[in-house]
Ligand binder design. Structure first.
Ligand SMILES: *Cc1c(COP(=O)(O)O)cnc(C)c1O
Length: 379
């Protein structure tokens, strides 16, 4: 089945009791048993919920995996992945990553004796030299946030395989429509479904997809044992969002390409980061591992100051100043003070997140209107 068909049909069946074409929202905490231990496969809703089960099946299909495991947020999913490991274990992560991931690794799991290294994964030798005897996981985010660097997933997986190290890819920025890391050798895919999968800025949700049954069993255990599960209504909203993922993504990627081109020609703009540019250092890898180049663009200003950035950020009319990304509406943000506020200044500057850096999540409005909006704001 091709992607667009899977987005509509994979795992979706008419409701058995009513024939409802849409998956019902099973808003229940428990299920009646015929006799002690005699039930229909559902005992308690932290452990199993039919709405969630459908979403988990659908997500597994979209990522070409076998098992989906859903959580209350992307970070609750990250939390479960980190809990696969123990005190004394070491994780190598990219240095240019979602601020909340950096925070949970260093400020939560760091306290429990886990070790982390953050390296620039665009140079594979940095990964080789960061690996230790106790390294258990390599954590990739690509395209990276907010610099939109590209990490070669297949190449990192080859390094990891040789040493029996697991690879997890945070696939939030690309979505399964553009990139399927399990096909490239990754063991675990993570999503903040809050973003493109949901797609309408109306729900917080997280998901993991794996191929291996043993890994899935550990993650289902953690989902139930730690309890960070999503509500059924949230699962319904993600199911609904997924139905248009491919169409939304096509338009958003097309808009992003036009906007990146426009910004490149604006004399007040400094660097424009967009993997679709042939001169982008990761362009060839992006072409190889992604279907399109994504709908995120970041850029700096020639006047590299927080004040100059603030002027632009508070002048757009269509781009809303807000955290998050991946919705139908375009958003503008300031990584240095917003999403990446929890990353120390030296770390932040090292990865290229300069004071004037502005990040765009390009939506599905008309590209001409979006460009006009940016033009006015930058002037
Ligand atoms: C938003 C985001 C997360 C965290 O997800 P939540 O749903 O907000 O908990 C993780 N990774 C990336 C790349 C994100 O953009």
């Amino acid at each position: 089945m091709k992607f667009a068909t899977k987005a509509i049909h994979a795992g979706i069946e008419p409701d058995k009791t009513s024939g409802a074409i849409m998956t019902p929202i099973f808003q229940t905490s428990t299920y009646v048993q015929d006799a002690p231990g005699v039930h229909k496969g559902f005992e308690y809703a932290r452990t199993h919920n039919p709405t969630r089960d459908v979403l988990q099946t659908q997500l597994a299909a979209l990522e070409n995996g076998n098992h989906g495991i859903c959580f209350a947020s992307g970070l609750a999913a990250t939390d479960a992945i980190a809990k696969l490991f123990s005190s004394g274990d070491h994780i190598v992560s990219c240095n240019d990553l979602y601020g909340g991931t950096y925070r949970i690794f260093t400020k939560v799991f760091g306290r429990f004796g886990m070790q982390f290294s953050f390296v620039d994964m665009t140079d594979l030798s940095n990964i080789e030299s960061a690996l230790k005897d106790n390294t258990k996981l390599i954590w990739i985010e690509t395209p990276t946030n907010p610099m939109l660097n590209i990490v070669d997933i297949a190449a990192v997986c080859a390094i990891a395989k040789k040493r029996n190290i697991l690879v997890c890819v945070d696939n939030t920025f690309a979505s399964p429509y553009l990139q399927t890391p399990l096909d490239l050798g990754a063991d675990i895919v993570l999503h903040s479904a809050t973003k493109y999968l949901g797609g309408h800025s109306d729900v917080i949700h997280g998901a993991i997809v794996v191929k291996e049954k043993s890994l899935a069993d550990q993650l289902y255990f953690l989902q139930n044992a730690c309890g960070g599960v999503p509500g059924p209504q949230d699962c319904f909203l993600i199911l609904r969002g997924i139905k248009t993922l491919h169409i939304r993504m096509d338009r958003a990627c097309e808009n992003a390409e036009k906007i990146a081109q426009y910004l490149k020609g604006n004399p007040k703009v400094g660097n424009v980061n967009f993997p679709g540019f042939t001169e982008h250092s990761g362009h060839e890898i992006a072409k190889k591992q992604m279907k399109k180049f994504g709908a995120m663009v970041s850029f700096s200003l020639k006047d590299d100051s927080i004040e100059a950035a603030n002027k632009v950020l508070s002048s757009t009319k269509l781009f809303s100043l807000a955290e998050s990304l991946g919705g139908v509406e375009s958003l503008i943000g300031h990584p240095a003070t917003m999403t990446h506020g929890s990353i120390p200044l030296e770390e932040r500057r090292k990865t290229g997140v300069v004071d004037s850096l502005i990040r765009l999540s390009v939506g599905i409005e008309d590209a001409d209107d979006l460009i006009e909006d940016l033009k006015n704001a930058i002037q």
